[in-house]
Every structure is written in structure tokens, then in C-alpha cells.
Design a protein around this ligand. Structure first.
Ligand code: SAH
Length: 381
């Protein structure tokens, strides 16, 4: 039996202190920013001005903040907006509609985000941790283990930065305004619970406190940390929950998603249905199609029985094989049969498009995300 991932161990508590980044405006709510600005000896309203530059105008350079007195601009912006993400590489594909960013954090950790443009919306896929402790064997991030949690502002800044890229018109054929955020980059968002929830609050707060996105346009994807799913349901947020199921039976899920050894399929689905009932949001069930591993007709039928009649939508993700992996994506006819059986069971199902594959294999684990509500652009197999 594979060993349990260290799910309950926060890296902060392991004795070696992770190097968290400097505090940033996006770590704080507006009253927190006002208190900080007052401590600096500036009038409280400056907090709103700087917030408006960062969240409202997507501006972070002090010299462009011309409504601030020249003498304090550098100091204010330097204190409230320390550099958190340094772009290492930006890659584009799909005729510029997909852009992947690789960032270096202040301690040298690397994380990735992806910007995806569609005719009607713009989505960013962001990371919540440097590395990941969940150890799913088909996922590239899972192989390296967890380095540390990202701070709230490191999470938010990925979205704000790429919202600025979108606003510059860089995503051809898409609206200029970022509309959707998915937590499907590196890391397990619910293992960094407090910072992820604070980040969501910044993303949905209206400008100048936050980015002003709709809660319904934010998706949190999880391996299925049951207590955290229940806690998320109790927040006054109704974000979309995506559950990385990948197998309908415990025997296989124990291997593919090792946290299943702790919370079984039936428990995690119960938590998902309670989440759907509390929030009114349809749960997205993520299922990577892995050739001869989880793609058998009987598993489609079993999955169909588990999901029939529930507030759920299945997103099949063609496996993006990681380097050196023993696994491959299911052949298309097998995928089509899997879809057919799920639909016959009355379960709404789509196959996710494979945005960004050519810019890096890792784009699969940074899963080019499909909005669960939009069946139109997904290949319907
Ligand atoms: N830790 C979270 C979010 C990150 S991954 C989670 O597990 O849900 C986002 C999605 O991509 C998850 O469903 C994950 O299982 C899937 N994924 C990871 N590696 C993949 C790969 N190589 N091919 C296809 N999907 C993958």
C-alpha cells in the first residue's frame, strides 16, 4: 500500500520555517490596508488610492500613480506592492489564445499560471501552493512534493497580473476583461485553506477592495479533503467546486488519488452533494481518462450510478502524460463510449479541450479548464 500523503501537516508546522513573502496589499482587506497606511504616517484614504491602481486599473508601477504625491509614491507603492512574482518565461499557443506564465517567487520557488481566451470570456488557471503534497501518480506536480503554501497575495497576484495582460489586448479574439478564475494550477487549494479563501474574497470584492469577479465564475478544484469541503460550504461564498474523482471505486482511487485512503469515494461524494445543496452550485466531477486504467465501460456505468440524479457535471480530461509516465490517454473511441454511457445514465458530461498542450506537457496538470456551465466549446466526443 502506498503511504498516506502528509495531508494534515502544514509546512509551517514542520519545524523548518518556510520563507513566506513580504506582506502585500492583497493579503489585507481594505480596513487592514487603511491601518497599515496610517502606521506609515499617511492618510487612510491613500489605501483606497493604491488599491484602485492595483485592482481597478491593474497598474503596479509607482510612476503611473500620479494622484499620489511624488514624494510618497515610491514608499507607499514599495510597501504595499512588493514584487511577489517575477516572470521567468511566458509561452503562447493556440494562436495566442492560451498563454502560460512561469513565475519565480521571492525564495526561488517556481509556480505556473495559464491565461485562456475564449470568444466570450477570459479564464486564468492559478496555483495555490509551490509543489503539492497530494502525490497523485499521474500528476507532474504531485511527484515533486510540497515546497510551501503560497501567500494570499501570491495567489491573487497571478490573477491580477494576467488580468493586466488580457486588458492589454494580448489575447486575440477575446474580451479584454478577466472573468473566470480556476484553482487548477499547482497545489491543493484546500490544503492551503485560509489563504485560498482570503484570495477568493479579494477576487470577488468589488474594486477598489478587490478584482470584482463573480463568485460563480470561480472554481476551486480539490482532491477531496472532506472536512475542508464542508468548511467551504459554510463560508458565505458560492464558488464552483470541482472534485478530482478519477475513479468511481475505492480500490483504484486509493492509487490514483492517494488521499482516498483517508476519505473514501462515498464520503467525498456525500460532502460534494452537501456542498451542492448548500450553495445551489452544480459540482464538477473531474475524471482524467487514462488508457486501460480507469476507462472501462463498467467504470463508466458505476460512475453513472453514483452521479445519476445529482447536481453534477462530469468533465473528462484526456490524460496529459507526464514525462516518463507509464500511462497514456484513452483512445478516442474508448472516450466516446465512456461519454455515451454516462449520458445514457442521465449524467451531463463533456470532454475538456486540451488547451496549451503544445507549449508544455505540464499544461495538462495545469488543466486547461472548461467552465462547467459551458458545454458548447467542449468537444462533445
Ligand atoms: N489539487 C487540485 C487542483 C490541481 S490539478 C486537484 O487535484 O483537483 C487540476 C486537475 O488536473 C485535477 O483534476 C487533476 O487531477 C488534473 N490533472 C493532474 N495531472 C493531470 C494530467 N497529467 N493529465 C490530466 N489531468 C491532470
Amino acid at each position: 500500500m502506498t503511504s498516506l500523503p502528509l495531508i494534515s501537516v502544514d509546512p509551517d508546522a514542520r519545524g523548518r520555517k518556510p520563507a513566506m513573502p513580504p506582506r502585500h496589499l492583497a493579503d489585507l482587506d481594505l480596513p487592514g490596508r487603511q491601518a497599515l497606511v496610517t502606521e506609515l504616517g499617511e492618510p487612510a484614504f491613500r489605501a483606497k488610492q493604491v488599491s484602485n491602481h492595483y485592482f481597478g486599473r491593474l497598474v503596479r508601477e509607482p510612476e503611473r500613480m500620479t494622484d499620489l504625491p511624488a514624494a510618497t509614491r515610491e514608499r507607499l507603492a514599495g510597501t504595499l506592492l512588493p514584487t511577489l512574482l517575477t516572470p521567468v518565461r511566458e509561452l503562447a499557443c493556440d494562436d495566442g489564445a492560451t498563454r502560460k506564465a512561469l513565475w519565480r517567487l521571492h525564495d526561488g520557488s517556481l509556480v505556473e499560471s495559464v491565461l485562456m481566451g475564449y470568444p466570450d470570456r477570459v479564464t486564468v488557471c492559478i496555483s495555490s501552493q509551490a509543489g503539492c503534497g497530494m502525490a497523485c501518480p499521474f500528476c507532474a506536480t504531485g511527484q515533486a512534493g510540497l515546497t510551501r503554501n503560497l501567500s494570499t497575495a501570491e495567489i491573487v497576484d497571478q490573477a491580477v497580473y494576467l488580468a493586466g495582460v488580457a486588458a492589454s489586448g494580448a489575447v486575440a479574439g477575446s474580451p479584454p476583461r478577466l472573468s473566470h478564475v480556476v484553482f487548477m494550477g499547482m497545489g491543493e487549494p484546500l490544503a492551503n485553506y485560509a489563504r485560498v479563501v482570503a484570495a477568493i474574497r479579494r477576487l470577488v470584492a468589488p474594486a477598489p477592495e478587490g478584482l470584482g469577479l463573480s463568485q460563480r465564475h470561480i472554481t476551486v478544484s480539490t482532491v477531496g479533503l472532506v472536512p475542508a469541503i464542508r468548511r467551504l460550504a459554510s463560508e458565505d461564498l458560492s464558488v464552483t467546486l470541482a472534485l478530482s474523482l478519477h475513479a468511481p471505486d475505492d480500490e483504484l482511487r486509493d492509487e490514483l488519488v492517494p488521499v482516498n485512503q483517508r476519505w473514501k469515494v462515498s464520503e467525498v461524494l456525500d460532502a460534494a452533494w452537501d456542498y451542492a445543496a448548500t450553495t445551489g452550485r452544480r459540482v464538477s466531477i473531474e475524471y482524467a481518462m487514462i488508457k486501460d486504467v480507469n476507462d472501462q465501460p463498467w467504470r463508466a456505468d458505476l460512475l453513472g450510478r453514483l452521479l445519476a440524479g445529482k447536481l453534477a457535471h462530469v468533465n473528462l480530461i484526456p490524460l496529459n502524460p507526464t514525462p516518463g509516465s507509464r500511462w497514456d490517454a484513452s483512445p478516442k473511441p474508448v472516450e466516446r463510449e465512456f461519454v455515451r454511457r454516462l449520458r445514457d445514465a442521465g449524467v451531463s458530461t463533456t470532454v475538456r479541450d486540451t488547451r496549451g498542450r503544445e507549449i508544455d506537457g505540464a499544461c495538462g496538470q495545469l488543466a486547461a479548464a472548461e467552465d462547467t456551465d459551458s458545454d458548447s466549446r467542449a468537444a462533445t466526443a
